[in-house]
Design a protein around this ligand. Structure first.
Ligand code: ADP
Ligand code: AMP
Length: 222
């Protein structure tokens, strides 16, 4: 049975960081809606141009556009054995659309891993975030620095600060999360899928907790 997982949590919780590590451990792709939008932005596609106006303000890209983009991604052959979703779904309509898409494929979610981190720490993490231009790996200037300043450990790519990594946009993104995404916690709790993980620990400890939770959920999954 495919291993379909969601990593949920506020901006800066560590979803991207953990998804990259889990993807290697579990051998399934990391599907991050934000990364796909940024790729379109970079290539200046019509979708990228549309998304930019929302991303720059910390608002959500409209549901129909986002859902269509993820649907296309999930239909790719590399998603056959499962996916680690990061940043999607972010609204109730997106969550319902995902259930529908998976059910059409004869699949269902194995777990929704909710990484919990308090707001002060989120702002500190986001302020020091540096991202690899080529592979999207994330670092933190103090908490998780690269071996060579400005350079990705994995592929030597140049590190940059995302344009939406400004304090004003961070505050708006956290607010949008509280308003539109936080309700998904009870949505998935009601389905018995939610596992809460303390995300305020070092990266490796969070990974261990996630892997344990996935193993338990996997055994319970039909
Ligand atoms: P998200 O994808 O949830 O927005 P990221 O994975 O991009 O979050 O992480 C945000 C920032 O916090 C990055 O700079 C990352 O290096 C750092 N970070 C992530 N997890 C931890 C952790 N457990 N401890 C310390 N720093 C972390
Ligand atoms: P992220 O990389 O997850 O921090 O997302 C960066 C930005 O991309 C967000 O602030 C939104 O503008 C947009 N975005 C990413 N995922 C979604 C989604 N599921 N729904 C709507 N907008 C999204």
């Amino acid at each position: 049975m495919p291993l379909d997982l969601i990593l949920m949590g506020p901006p800066g919780a560590g979803k991207g960081t953990q998804a990259k590590i889990l993807s290697q451990h579990l051998g399934i792709p990391h599907v991050a809606s934000g990364d796909i939008f940024r790729d379109h932005l970079h290539r200046q596609t019509p979708l990228g141009q549309l998304a930019r106006q929302y991303i720059d303000r910390g608002e959500l890209v409209p549901d129909d556009v986002t859902i269509g983009m993820i649907r296309e991604r999930l239909e790719q052959p590399d998603c056959r054995d499962g996916v680690i979703l990061d940043g999607f779904p972010r609204t109730l309509p997106q969550a319902r659309a995902l259930d529908q898409m998976l059910s059409e494929m004869g699949r269902s979610l194995v777990a929704v891993l909710y990484i919990r981190v308090q707001e002060e720490l989120l702002l500190r993490r986001l302020a020091g975030r540096w991202t690899c231009r080529t592979c999207g790996a994330v670092y933190h200037i103090e908490l998780n620095p690269p071996r060579t300043p400005g350079q990705c450990d994995l592929d030597g790519g140049a590190l940059y600060q995302r344009e939406d990594d400004t304090e004003e946009v961070h505050r708006r993104r956290i607010q949008v999360y509280q308003e539109q995404t936080a309700p998904l916690v009870s949505f998935y709790q009601d389905q018995g899928l939610l596992v809460e993980i303390d995300g305020e620990r070092p990266i490796q400890e969070v990974t261990t907790a996630l892997l344990q939770a996935i193993e338990i959920r996997r055994m319970a999954h039909p």
